[in-house]
Design a protein around this ligand. Sequence first.
Ligand code: 16G
Length: 243
Amino acid sequence: MSMINKNSPIPIYYQLEEHIKELIEKGELKPGDVLPPEREYAEKHQISRMTVRQAFTQLVNEGYLHRIQGKGTFVAERKIEQGLQGLTSFTEDMKSRGLTPGNELLSFKLIPATLTIASQLSIKEYDPVYEIKRIRLADQLPMAVEVNHISANLIKGLTEQIVNQSIYHYIEESLGMRIHHAAQTIESSIANSLEAKHLHISTGSPVMLIQRNTFLKNGTPVEFVKSTYRADRYKFMITMNRS
Ligand code: 16G
């Protein structure tokens, strides 16, 4: 029996959309499952293919489904929800979700600070900084591309081995410094060809660009980081109190 009620004032595409969402939420349709073709849905529910396409498009836009050219429409991976209340590291975030954090180190260099980096880190132009480019993985899937700049005079002894694990862990546990607060901006953007390659998405796909300046208690900047997150794998959550 079709769950579409043609006499309802609720648009048919929306009823179908809600029905598919429910199947995904109940786990009857799982990430990676392919959906029956639009034609099949249209025949089964006696509705037009245009209506089915409209429902699919909405679900793609909301991140429930994704299309692969020539292959079909698939159930997307669930988005990782990150709270914005606590100041956490990528490694901590993934572990707290039961996912295995990983890194693919793209480059690790000691370079002289440019004027922009120097002003972000409150150091002098040409002072030594570590520039660390990493792909951040969760259960081996790429989530973000991250470029950190860290003052080498403040955070001493960083190595490739350390940055292949957790930078925050090294700063706090090995150097005994306390990361205290951060200022972060989040904006939407689209992936350039290099980011797209690293994140396994097409050039021009939506991404979230996050910039974080992190400080010690006395206000000394610890890092200046630009992260590009896959918008289809991540969402941010904030709880707000009305005073
Ligand atoms: C997160 C932080 C980044 C920090 C990194 C440390 C965001 C947007 N950025 O990715 O600023 O450098 O964690 O991670 O959350 P790690 O300790 O695992 O190396």
